[in-house]
Design a protein around this ligand. Structure first.
Ligand code: NAD
Length: 357
């Protein structure tokens, strides 16, 4: 199969980790007879430096005409003082909007060789931790009307509105229910329906969609309870579906309990547009350029790309198994290093994963 992949390395450790993901993809192409063509595009701080914009039109066009997008990370102290639209993160929000990526999918799975890195007690992790958070990505408070003004009493006041339409809730719920059918057939919808109108509509639509999936076990949970249950007994969850702001917070909590930020991939999917695959971590400026970063999240993001955008399930399994094998053999980058293990660099980790494929 021939596929065109838009590659955005970005800033900080972005170029280092994406290099390893491409190494692994090349190995897959060789083994399975595929051809992956990469188009390198600019976004984030490097794009500001070279073009004056965090998201040049050429990058949007290049992504739209690709089969899929692989992204490293953007941002760094050099660009922190820029105004809203001139910050690297504006590129991220912009590309999500341009590709209409409404569904963000973040798996959180505790791998056996890394169970020591999990901050939860052994009796909790022994029950297992393997869940997926399906987060709505282009609605809610991050995209609703926002303004800062002086109120009638002279107080400086700011408002962000959390707005959702029924169609937005319905389409994200369908993604979650379809995913549950490929996993353990369970969906938990998270909201704050005891307080928020937008959550009451969320709950109504989630129940409506659930009726079309009688084979999937469905329940709702309030977000405050969900934050607690994630650390009390994460084994109860299979697929979690929630709105943008709650999903942002809960998915970081879920990633923390799996051990390291450097391990977790994500996928953002739209309707009829190329998917975007990226690690959940940032550009880690503190270790950039030192060949120290953990490339696993980038490599596993490439595996998600093969699974969800190209329907190459065997190839995706191959990458995930190779990553597990490298960990089982005791190889660790510094972020997941523990006693008795062998410390490897970013590029060595990539070499070892590729060698297992
Ligand atoms: P970060 O995720 O970059 O780093 C947090 C900590 O985790 C650091 O100590 C870092 O060294 C470590 N870390 C992260 N990824 C790692 C990896 N692959 N291997 C080893 N260690 C890793 O978060 P931050 O420090 O809050 O943000 C740094 C910059 O990244 C900021 O400019 C921020 O805006 C940006 N950011 C970008 C994205 C993105 O591109 N999607 C996401 C989050 C933050």
């Amino acid at each position: 199969m021939k596929k065109n992949i838009a590659v955005i390395k970005g800033d900080g450790i972005g170029p280092e980790i994406i290099e390893e993901a491409l190494k692994v993809l090349d190995k897959i192409a060789e083994k399975y007879g595929h051809s992956f063509d990469y188009t390198q595009l600019l976004m984030g701080g490097i794009a500001i430096d070279e073009t004056g914009s965090p998201l040049p039109q050429e990058t949007i066009d290049g992504c739209l005409s690709s089969d899929s997008v692989l992204l490293g990370a953007v941002g760094g102290p050099k660009w922190d003082k820029g105004k809203g639209s001139m910050r690297p993160e504006a590129g991220l929000l912009g590309i999500r909007g341009a590709l209409k990526l409404f569904a963000n999918i973040r798996p959180a799975k505790l791998l056996k060789p890394l169970s020591d890195a999990c901050p939860l007690k052994r009796d909790i992790t022994d029950k297992g931790l393997d869940l997926v958070i399906v987060r709505e990505l282009i609605g809610g408070a991050y995209f609703g009307e926002k303004r800062t003004f002086i109120d009638e009493y002279g107080h400086k006041t700011a408002v962000d509105s959390m707005k959702y339409g029924d169609y937005e809730i319905e389409r994200i719920c369908r993604v979650a229910f379809d995913m549950a059918r490929k996993r353990r057939n369970k969906v938990t919808s998270i909201d704050k329906a005891n307080v928020l109108d937008s959550s009451r509509l969320w709950r109504e639509i989630a129940h409506k969609v659930s009726a079309e999936y009688p084979d999937v076990d469905f329940s709702d949970m309030l977000v405050d309870n969900a934050a607690m249950q994630l650390v009390r007994d994460p084994s109860q969850f299979d697929v979690i579906v929630t709105e943008n702001l709650f999903g942002d917070i809960l998915s970081d909590e879920a990633s923390m309990i799996t051990g390291s930020l450097g391990m977790i991939p994500s996928a953002s999917l739209g309707e009829g547009s190329p998917g975007l695959y990226e690690p959940i971590h940032g550009s880690a400026p503190d270790i950039a350029g030192q060949n120290k970063a953990n490339p696993m999240a980038a490599v596993l993001s490439a595996a998600m790309m093969l699974r969800y955008s190209f329907d190459m399930r065997e190839e995706a399994d191959d990458i995930e198994n190779a990553a597990d094998k490298v960990l089982e053999e005791g190889f660790r980058t510094s972020d997941i290093m523990s006693e008795g293990m062998t410390l490897v660099s970013c590029s060595e980790m990539g070499d070892r994963i590729a060698a297992f494929i």
